[in-house]
Structure formats: C-alpha cells, structure tokens
Design a protein around this ligand. Structure first.
Ligand SMILES: Nc1ncnc2c1ncn2[C@@H]1O[C@H](COP(=O)(O)OP(=O)(O)OP(=O)(O)O)[C@@H](O)[C@H]1O
Length: 829
C-alpha cells in the first residue's frame, strides 16, 4: 500500500557509506583489543597483575590475571586453568565493571565482545532481559513469564518518557517510535529480528500492545483495528506456525504489520504483509518437528467434523507421520481447534468459508496418502492400491472436483508444442512429486487467502498520514543442509543487515553532529558483509531450481479452477492470456526479490528502530545462558557490526563529569583549579598527551583503545599512589607499633621494678613479722611452759605436801600404834 510520505522520502538519495578504518584501529576489527601499535603502551596494559579476557573453546571468553609476560605472549591465571595467549589476542577487563552490568552497552568502558557478553549475562541473571546498544534494544528470551515487566501500569510509566530514562524495554522502543511519528511527522518501522525461538513474536505482540494503548480507540468505540490485528494472530499462527527443533511455536513466514495512523495519532487501519511461507513443510517434516498446527488441530476436532472430513489420528497420514512428534506439551490441539474457529469468527471469516478452509486442509492430508505404482502403460503411474484410491476419492470430494480429473492431473502432463497438445504419462516418482506440488500450492494459496481476508476485515486507511511498521522476520539460518529457503532468508537478512548498518552509521553520525564533533574523516570501506555471505553458509544447490519454480502446473490450475466449490476455484482464478505467459516463467526467487525490494522501499521511507532478540540456550529452558551461543547470535544479528561501525569512529564516550571522576587522578593539579568541566577535560587529556579524541558538547569521545590506554595510565598512577600510601601506612604502623612497644616495655619495667621492691618490702615485713611471731611464740611458749611448770610445781608441791601429810599421818599413826604397842607391852610386861 502506498502512503503519501513514501514519494517524498524515497526520492531522497540513499546514504552512501564509505568508511575508512581510523588509524588507531588499523589492525583491530572491533574495539579495544590490544596492542594497537598507534595507541602504544601495550605492554603497560598487559602488565603482570592486570586482568584480561582470553578466548576459550567452551565458554567463548574467560577472564584471569596476567602472571607472566614477555611482551608478545602472556600467561594468564584463570579460575580453572592457566592459559598462554598472544598479547594481541586478549582484551582488557574493566576493573570497574558493575556487578549488575549497565543498561546500555555504550556505557561500557571497554566495548568489546567479552564485555558485551558479560554485561548481557550479568543482567540476564538478575532477570533484566532487556539491554540497549545505543538505540538498539537487545532482548534475551527468559523462557519464563516475567509479569512484573508488562501490564498497563508499566505502559503508563513508559508513556512519554524519554528514551533511555527508564529501563530498556520494547515499550520504550514503541513509545519512541510513536512520539517521533507524532512530533516529527515521519513514519516509523520497528525491525524485530533474531533466530527461531529468540522471542520475536512475543516482542512484536508487546509492541502492538503498546501502540494499541497509545493510539487505540476507547473501548466504547467498538472493535478496534489494533484489537483485530491482535486477534488475527491465532489464525495466522494456526496456519503459519509449526513446532521446530528450535521453537514449539515457530512462525514459518516473515511478517510486516503496518499500523496506519491519522493526523490525530489515532490508529485508522492496518495491513499485514507476509513473506516466504515455508511451503516444503506441507509435505516434508523431519523428526522431531511437526507440520503446520492446523493439520493436528483438525485431526483433534469434534467427532462429527472429523467424520465429515474422513479423518483419523495424525499418524495415519503420510504428511504427518514422517516425524514421530504429534502432540505438544502444554498444547491441546482440540482446544486450539475451537480457539482458531473462534478467532476466525472474530476476524470475519464466515462459517461457509471456515468449512471450505478446513475441507482443503483435510483434502491435503488425503492427497498425501495417495501412493503411486507403475500403471499398465510403460512409465505410467496409477494409484497404488485400494487405500490410495480411497484417499484419491476423498480428496476429490473435499476439493469438490472430479476424481478422474484429479488422478489425471497427478499422473499426466500435457505438453503443448507448435499448437499441438501431447499428453505424457508420469512415472510413479514424478506423480508423487506432482501430488506434493499440488499440496504445496493449494496450502500456500490458502495461506495467502487468509492474509488477504484478515487485511480486508481489518481495513486499511489509504489516506493515513503515517505508519508504524513492525517487522517480525526470521534471522540468519545455517543448518547442516541449507537449501533455497535458507538462501532466501539469508539474502533477506543480508539486505536488512545492510539497511541496519546504514542506519547505525547514520545514528553514529547524528550523535557526532548533535555533539558538534568533527567526524568528516571517518571513512571505512566495508566489505565484511560480502565476506560473511561467502564464508558463512554452504548451500545445497541440488533442489534450488525446482524449489525456485513457482508456476502452478497447468493441470492443477485447471483442476482447481473447475472445482464446484467457489472458495476452491477462487484460489485458482483463470490467468489472463498475457499474464499466463509471463507468470509461467516467474520464479519464487524473483517474486521474493520484488517483495524484498518493496519492503526495503517501505523501510527506507521510515525511521527504523531495532530489536535484536537473543535465544540464551537451545534447550528452551530458563536460567541457562550459553556464552558461545549468545555470542554467535550477537555476531549474526549485527550487534557486533553495530559496534564495529561504532569502533570506526569514537566507540567510547563519557559525559564530562563521569570522565573527570574516573580520570581526575591523572592531572589533579590541572583540574583542581578548573571549575569548567570542558576545560578540565581538555587539560587532563593534554597532560596525558592523548591524540585523536574529540570533545563534544556533553561528552568526551574516545577512539578505540584510548579508554584502555587511559586506564593503563590510571592504573600506573593508582599503583604509584598506592605504593606511596602503602609506604606511609607502613611507616605509620611501624612507628605506632614501636611507640607502643616502647611504652609497653617501660611500663613493664616499671611494673617489674615496683613489684620487686614490693616483694622485698613484703619479705622484710614478713621477716619482721616472723621474728615478732617467733618472739611472741617463744614468749607464749615460755609463758605456757612456765604456767604449766607452775601448775606442775604447785601440783607437785601439793602432792608432796599431801604425801608429807600422809607420811606424817602414817608416822603418827605408827607412833601411836607403837605407843599403844609399847603401852600395851609395858602393860603386858
Ligand atoms: N519476553 C518473554 N517472556 C517470556 N517468555 C518468552 C518471551 N519471549 C519469548 N518467550 C518464550 O519463547 C518462546 C518462543 O518465542 P517466539 O515464538 O516469540 O520466538 P520467535 O523468535 O518468534 O520464533 P520463530 O522465529 O520460530 O517464530 C515463546 O513461546 C515463549 O515461551
């Protein structure tokens, strides 16, 4: 669809990119890899003790400390091993890398692969799945729901907020596109790319949700355009999505959704353009993938419908049973069937049309079950057996065409030479190919019909003032075997990559212009794309010619056109005389080239915004971040290219205040007296004798490698300062210790002396006391002994006296007795 803005904008001359590698990055493809001879001081940067990134076969990049260096080779002590690497193959590690990374890669001090990777990984681990690289949004698929990131309240926050003010988000990209459209009156495009399963469709839905929020109708105004666009998703997904090894719900077509806006910025129409549906999947499925969802849904439909279409289980159909995968976890095909029917109602597909659509889907399944064997005529084919005849009959019934005519269209070719028609029978192999060709063309016409129907139902606004287009397109594909489809997909990506590079370079220029720096001499003749195209992918060209043919076989065309079903015949209208001649020789390649050309023309009339989706792992699980895998996608997705372009100019830029905070130490005396940030930055850079940088209006712009060079200076100054500080601290500590020891020893001495004196005093006191005690004891003993002696003496005396008295008594008694005796004697005598 044409827009009023197209003519004016597309007439402007295309941007000519001519880059010349700047001198400072002559030997360096991307950023601060050292040594860069002109940057110098390489040895200082890889000094022993510094931290660097070295390449690793498993982890892509690992970091470690340099433990030995001979100027050319270094030994790096990494966490798990010791690695020897060439000096010019390593990258410096940012000593001040924040733990949770930075929300914009351009804020990284060192803009190189390992730095990028570490930043994405750190953020991913903290559930920060979005990161900017300038204006490009990188979205890493979390493979888990993060509801706190979405919702109306979040959309409200992003509404009208400057880009970069809030955390990176698809809403911010959509908001920026919407506001640019309104403020600058220029159509916008948001290009969402990434490999299968990276999250393109999810991101696209979020963008649509935000645009609907900003420019949609009030609920009271009935079903809105944006609602219809969102509601058409289940229909397109049922017929255009399939399970692949990379994604259970992989879109097998490219999609460009144009949202039309009126002069008030309200959505006034929309159009969906699709690109390159993968037709071959209809009749060829590899294990463990599936065919398009609609086939399995129909097999799981309510019984009366499967009976009507004579369907059975999916494993009874050749087009489905080439793979062993029939059901999907967390997906109920019978429910999906009903949901698809409902979505078809919503987008205005009538019940009759729905019936015809599913009849065709069923007919394709039956068509696939027709096998061929050699017929009676030599080299002729015919249905192999009764089973094949049954499926032929049912397919004809469902297509509402003549059974015999269907058989002939599969088993014969009519060749017209010099006005004569010759009917040529086909051999069984060719008949099977003819059957597959019919299945593919019918399915692809059906898909185109659905897209047209949805577009008619949504309605376009031919008088729309601007558009915002959202492109959800498959990224580069490189499989074991790459065929025509991969060639077309990769060609698209090369074209989009070129568009992207031009834009990124333009954005760089805009930033330089905005900052009023001189960038006129940045030139760079870039043939990397061509090299990549040749080196990346190897194509299997065997089926290129066949796959490139797009004409409808005449027999198929007339068969389908003669169908009694108006829906079927309308898919194959009679070609006009003159167009039939040209279309016979048209190829998918040339049609695709035209589509691509028209897409790029549309994109050239718009201001592009980019979302690069990244799949963190191939097992489709949360919390797993595979370095090598992510790096590969960053390289393919042009993120490294954007950085390469950026490196051709001034990849590192720092606002004046941040620059001064980080590097003031290099010239403290020069900056101390300057209150003007620009002046201070200039003095500082002059002091370190750095050449080739630029001073912008708000930032310092550095060439590739210069940040590392400044950091090396800074590390040197810091190291020198650290040594002085260490020396002072050691002196201080030693002196303090000495003084402490000294006072302690004095104290100890004094203490000891005091103690001795006290001990001596105590001794003397004790001696005196003991003498006194002895004396007292002696006195006491003497007294006691004396007392005892006295008592003894008294008792002896008493005893003696008593004894004497007794003796006396006895003497007297004896004298008395003697007297008596004498008296008696005398008497007797
Ligand atoms: N932001 C997200 N939050 C949560 N899950 C997500 C997000 N983005 C993607 N996913 C998950 O990853 C799956 C694949 O995403 P999606 O279908 O968008 O990939 P795609 O890039 O469109 O793939 P294809 O090219 O094969 O169609 C989704 O079904 C969803 O489960």
């Amino acid at each position: 669809m044409e827009h009023s803005t197209c003519a004016t904008l597309s007439s402007s001359p295309p941007l000519r990119i001519e880059y010349r590698k700047p001198e400072s990055v002559q030997e360096d493809k991307c950023s601060n890899r050292f040594p860069v001879s002109s940057v110098g001081a390489a040895s200082a940067k890889v000094a022993v003790g510094s931290h660097v990134w070295v390449e690793d076969t498993d982890e892509a990049w690992i970091d470690g400390e340099v433990v030995e260096s001979d100027g050319e080779e270094i030994k790096v002590h990494c966490q798990s091993k010791m690695v020897v690497a060439k000096v010019n193959s390593v990258y410096p590690k940012d000593p001040e890398f924040p733990e949770l990374g930075v929300d914009d890669m351009t804020k990284l001090a060192y803009l190189h692969e390992p730095g990028l990777l570490l930043n994405l990984k750190s953020r991913f681990n903290a559930n920060e799945i979005y990161t900017y690289t300038g204006n490009i949004l990188i979205a890493v698929n979390p493979f888990k729901r993060l509801p706190h990131l979405y919702g109306n309240d979040i959309m409200e926050q992003y509404k009208g907020t400057d880009f970069g003010e809030l955390s990176p988000h698809p809403f911010a990209v959509a908001d920026s596109a919407y506001r640019k459209m309104i403020n600058e009156g220029v159509s916008q495009a948001i290009l969402v790319s990434g490999e299968s399963g990276a999250g393109k469709t999810e991101s696209t839905k979020m963008l649509m949700q935000y645009l609907a929020y900003m420019g949609g109708k009030a609920e009271s105004e009935g079903r809105s355009v944006e609602q219809q666009v969102l509601e058409s998703n289940p229909v397109l997904e049922a017929f255009g999505n399939a399970k692949t090894v990379r994604n259970n719900n992989s879109s097998r077509f490219g999609k460009f959704v144009e949202i039309h806006f009126n002069h008030m910025g309200r959505i006034s129409g929309a159009a969906i353009r699709t690109y390159l549906l993968e037709r071959s999947r209809v009749c060829q499925v590899s294990d463990p993938e599936r065919n398009y969802h609609c086939f399995y849904m129909l097999c799981a439909a309510p019984e009366q419908e499967t009976e009507r279409y004579k369907l059975g289980k999916p494993d009874t159909f050749h087009y489905l049973n080439q793979s062993n995968c029939y059901a999907l976890d967390a997906l109920d095909d019978s429910k999906e069937y009903l949901a698809t029917r409902k979505a078809m109602d919503v987008v205005g597909i009538s019940p009759e049309e729905q019936d015809a659509i599913f009849r065709i889907v069923a007919a394709i399944l039956h068509l696939g079950n027709i096998e061929f064997a050699k017929g009676e005529e030599s080299d002729a084919a015919e249905p192999k057996d009764d089973k094949s005849r049954f499926h032929l009959k049912v397919a004809a019934e469902l297509f509402m065409c003549d059974e015999k005519a269907l058989e002939s269209s599969l088993c014969q070719r009519v060749m017209v030479t010099r006005g004569e028609s010759i009917t040529k029978p086909l051999d069984p192999g060719s008949a099977a190919l003819s059957r597959d060709a019919l299945a593919k063309i019918v399915y692809s016409k059906l898909f185109d019909w659905l897209v047209t129907k949805i577009n008619n139902s949504i309605g376009q606004d031919p008088s729309s003032k601007y558009i915002i287009g959202v492109l959800d397109i498959y990224g580069f594909e490189s499989f074991k075997t790459n065929s025509f489809e991969q060639f077309c997909i990769n060609l698209t990506n090369e074209k989009l990559q070129q568009h992207f590079n031009q834009h990124v370079f333009k954005m760089e220029q805009e930033e330089y212009t905005k900052e009023e720096i001189d960038w006129s001499y940045i030139e760079f003749i870039d043939n990397q794309d061509v090299l990549d195209l040749i080196e990346k992918v190897t194509y299997q060209t065997e089926l290129f010619l066949d796959k490139n043919k797009d004409y409808v076989v005449g027999e198929h065309q007339s068969l389908m056109n003669s169908s009694d079903c108006s829906f079927v015949s309308s898919l194959f209208p009679k070609p006009r005389e003159e167009s039939s001649k040209t279309s016979k020789f048209s190829s998918i390649g040339s049609q695709f080239k035209q589509q691509l050309q028209s897409l790029l023309e549309t994109l050239n009339t718009t201001e592009p915004h980019y979302i690069r989706c990244v799949k963190p792992n191939n097992v489709l699980k949360p919390e797993i971040f595979e370095n090598a895998n992510v790096l590969h996608q960053l390289r393919c997705g042009g993120v490294m290219e954007a950085i390469r372009i950026s490196c051709a100019g001034y990849p590192t830029r720092k606002p004046f205040n941040e620059f001064l905070t980080r590097f003031r130490i290099l010239a403290p005396e020069a900056t101390a007296r300057s209150f003007d940030e620009v002046d201070a930055c200039k003095k500082l850079l002059a002091k370190v004798d750095l050449k080739g940088f630029q001073i912008g209006k708000t930032k310092v712009f550095l060439r590739a490698g210069q940040m590392a060079e400044l950091d090396a200076h800074r590390a040197e100054v810091l190291g020198y300062s650290a040594r002085i500080i260490q020396r002072k601290v050691r002196t201080y500590q030693s002196r303090k210790k000495y003084l402490l020891l000294q006072s302690a020893s004095t104290e100890i001495q004094a203490f000891c002396r005091g103690r001795i004196a006290r001990v001596q005093f105590e001794d003397k006191r004790k001696e005196a006391a003991s003498v006194r005690i002895q004396k007292q004891a002696r006195t006491y003993i003497c007294q006691t002994a004396f007392k005892k002696l006295c008592v003894s003496a008294i008792s002896i005396q008493t005893g003696l006296r008593a004894m004497d008295a007794r003796v006396e008594f006895r003497y007297r008694k004896k004298r008395q007795a003697a007297i008596i005796i004498q008296a008696s004697f005398k008497t007797s005598c």
